[in-house]
Design a protein around this ligand. Structure first.
Ligand SMILES: [Fe+2]
Length: 265
């Protein structure tokens, strides 16, 4: 069902130009006159190693910038399932905080990268102060696109077929995904990913770990992800994570998931 044409991870992705208009320009200009550092060499080694991995990343998917993209809808657009105040704090404080700290770490380290994927693909080589915040930027940038007003329902097309094939039915998938989200101990995420073997899998990551890191327990391209940090729901749902997880299915933007899947099969 799923095609076998695998794309080499980051082959084109790491070399493709990504024009940045903020922080990176400053970082670049700061580093133009520097000789290659140990970190630069480490990054190059990480890139070479990662090109050997099978992770299916599509060069059709835009890499994650080092700055915060605009929220694709208003803070109140996902009411009543996610309240306006939670969205405001989540985007302007929590997500923005990760971006700020990621760029501060890059500057402190004198590390020049074009996108967040470059950091995460060598996550095992970098300190937590960089990778945790880069993960926060990656995960949240995706998270906003996995939701939309009047979303929900079920996916269609290739993704629908693949879900039926892998999980038996959409309802089975939904239950497994929700159970996984409920099983996250403390802070973390639940994901639907397409793994190295083009197989759909439901996994969880702790804190701001990602499924694209070179040291991820299970690697794969995220097709859908749910933030189950308390900052994502506590104002409205208090300790009732289950209610949040169930309601979230009313605002899923399946178009995003379908496009991401179609780009790698
Ligand atoms: Fe979050």
């Amino acid at each position: 069902m799923i095609a076998n044409n695998r794309r080499s991870f980051l082959g084109k992705g790491l070399t493709s130009a990504f024009v940045l208009t903020s922080g990176l320009g400053i970082l670049s200009s700061c580093n133009n006159d520097k000789k290659e550092t140990g970190i630069d060499r480490s990054l190059k080694i990480g890139e070479k190693q990662h090109q050997k991995l099978k992770v299916s990343f599509s060069d059709k998917i835009q890499k994650t910038p080092l700055f915060q993209l605009p929220l694709p809808y208003g803070f109140d657009a996902l009411e009543p399932y996610i309240d306006k105040e939670t969205m405001y704090l989540h985007y302007t404080k929590h997500h923005a905080g990760y971006v700020k700290k990621m760029n501060a770490a890059l500057e402190e380290m004198g590390l020049k990268v074009d996108n967040v994927e470059q950091i995460l693909s060598s996550a095992s080589k970098y300190p937590a102060k960089l990778t945790n915040n880069a993960g926060g930027q990656y995960n949240h940038t995706l998270f906003w696109t996995f939701m939309k007003p009047n979303g929900g329902g079920a996916p269609s097309g290739n993704l629908s077929s693949a879900i039926d094939q892998e999980f038996g039915s959409f309802e089975n998938f939904k239950k497994t995904f929700q159970d996984t989200a409920m099983s996250v101990f403390g802070s973390g995420w639940a994901w639907l990913i397409c793994d190295n073997d083009k197989k759909l899998r439901i996994v969880k990551t702790a804190n701001q770990n990602t499924t694209i890191a070179d040291n991820a327990k299970v690697q794969g391209l995220p097709l859908l992800g749910l933030d189950v940090w308390e900052h994502a729901y506590y104002l409205k749902y208090k300790n009732l994570r289950k209610e949040y997880v169930e309601n979230w299915f009313n605002i899923i933007n399946w178009n995003t998931s379908e496009k991401r899947f179609d780009s790698i099969i």
